[in-house]
Design a protein. Structure first.
Ligand code: FRU
Length: 493
């Protein structure tokens, strides 16, 4: 093991002791210490789920990338494992960037990641040279392959940039063997997703272009994933510098998906439509895995690049993952619902039916808390209503809200009054379907986040919030008259 990895492991173990479990999310994975971004190597190995992550153990801001590591049996309770990778080789000395994991036929767990090396480019400026590399392991310790890099600049098709060539995602190839999807910038044209092929996951050759941005959907594409679901194909991509389009793509760097059909014989992906993955403030770089019982589960980094480096002082931890979400495709869109394992953590059920609420706010006895699964069904009373809202993480000073305006068909999450002292992004909106103002909202609260699943997960809005967890009030508000059905569970994590 390199000195750099040994140092990181020693440091994280010592520093973690200073963080009380009550001061971090209860059932969302957060950085063991300091900084976390993208989920990496999301996989099932040795009887447990493994989730690695982009990790700077030494500072709560982005910096030299390591791979942090955690394991779980239910996707909700995570146990930290020692850091898996450190930037300690010439080809990755400036960072071990995002990648994925597979189990090899001989039983080893293999990671494929992007190595980054700062080098002078043609015009003398320093650039980040990016190559793809392997590490083999047993679920705890990983050895970098002595023949790294396994995919490099000379393996790029024409026009590909060696400086934007990253985030390999290994998937099973349709007719056996492996494919690695790799994001690449094509000079002047923007992002595209390349497919490399291998029969043993170790020797790779370039295959074909799966999709390209052709001047739309942002600039450089990152963190691809591709899978078949409910008879369709879904390409997940995270894109830099997106232009808003109607209610889509308001996040600058944002995750989108292309829904379409893939002809494996012709190697042609025919896309039908593009969509935002999560309409909230904080969601990027998602990865999926297929569980042994056949569920496609997605997890993302619950942050956004525009606000994540604004804290000036170091924090003991910064950065957390979203809830793992089960995906399905219905009516041409991707539905997301919290993994069903969450239901095993439910306690303290409180149910209200047909509570009448008009022109004002109410609280309901037994409905409060910051570790919560709350379902609210809103039904208009008589004529339609103007606005309905749930205000949560609330005390006399602060609250965050999710609101719905039926005349505009807009659900909004707003954390302006959550205690933030910065003029940063506080609101996001999603256009939703509804019948005359009937809507279902499911709100999952952990200590430092809120995830809103609208109409059984047809639209999702996620946001981090840093309101003191003692602010645990919940209030229901209506402008107009509604009836609400409420079901609340405490989450015992
Ligand atoms: C996406 C990303 C990846 C890269 C990693 C670096 O958030 O920019 O493309 O591998 O973060 O930390």
């Amino acid at each position: 093991m390199s000195q750099a990895l040994r140092d990181a492991r020693r440091y994280e173990e010592a520093m973690e002791r200073a963080i009380s479990p009550e001061d971090r999310p209860a059932f969302h994975l957060s950085a063991r210490v300091s900084w976390l971004n993208d989920p990496n190597g999301f996989s099932f190995y040795g009887g447990r789920y493994h989730l690695f992550y982009q990790y700077n153990p030494y500072d709560s801001h982005w910096g030299p990338m390591h791979w942090g590591h955690a394991v779980s049996e239910d996707l909700l309770h995570w146990t930290y494992a020692p850091a898996a990778l450190a930037p300690d080789m010439p080809y990755d000395r400036d960072g071990c960037y995002s990648g994925s994991a597979v189990t090899l036929p001989d039983g080893r767990h293999m990671l494929m990641y992007t190595g980054v090396q700062r080098v002078p480019s043609d015009n003398g400026q320093m650039r980040h040279l990016q190559t793809q590399n392997l590490a083999f392991g047993d679920g705890t310790d990983y050895q970098k392959y002595h023949k790294n890099p396994v995919i490099r600049g000379r393996d790029l098709p024409a026009g590909g940039s060696v400086y934007d060539f990253r985030d390999p995602r290994i998937i099973p190839a349709p007719h056996g063997g492996y494919w690695a999807l790799i994001a690449n910038d094509q000079s002047g044209e923007g992002g595209r997703i390349l497919v490399y092929e291998s029969s043993d996951a170790i020797h790779w050759k370039y295959g074909f272009v799966l999709a390209e941005n052709k001047g739309r959907l942002g600039c450089m594409w990152e963190c691809p994933d591709f899978f078949e679901l409910d008879g369709r194909h879904v390409l997940l991509v995270s894109s830099q510098d997106m232009l808003p389009k109607g209610f889509e793509y308001h996040n600058g760097n944002g995750a989108f998906y292309l829904l379409g059909d893939f002809d494996a014989q012709a190697r042609r992906f025919t896309e039908e439509s593009d969509h935002t993955v999560d309409y909230g403030i904080d969601f990027y770089a998602p990865q999926t895995l297929l569980t042994s019982d056949g569920r496609r589960v997605m997890i993302g980094w619950m942050q956004n690049w525009d606000t994540c480096n604004l804290h000036t002082n170091s924090k003991p931890w910064f950065g957390q993952m979203s809830l793992p979400r089960e995906l399905s495709v219905r009516d041409g869109v991707l539905y997301q619902r919290p993994v069903r394992e969450l239901e095993a953590l439910h306690s303290d059920e409180v149910i209200y039916e047909r509570v009448e609420l008009s022109d004002g706010a109410i609280t309901l006895p037994g409905v409060s808390g910051r570790l919560l699964d709350l379902e609210v069904e809103v039904v208009p009373m008589g004529e339609s209503y103007n606005r309905f809202a749930v205000r949560f993480a609330k005390n006399s000073e602060f609250y965050t809200s999710v609101s719905f305006r039926p005349h505009e068909s807009v659900v909004k999450i707003d954390r302006k009054f959550s205690g933030s002292r910065r003029a940063i992004i506080h609101q996001r909106r999603a256009l939703v379907e509804h019948e005359g103002g009937r809507i279902k909202l499911r709100l999952i609260l952990d200590r430092y986040s809120a995830e809103v699943f609208v109409n059984d997960g047809r639209k999702v809005l996620s946001a981090t919030l840093y309101t003191d967890p003692s602010a645990d009030g919940i209030e229901f508000f209506a402008d107009g008259a509604v009836k609400i059905n409420v079901k609340k569970y405490r989450i015992d994590a």
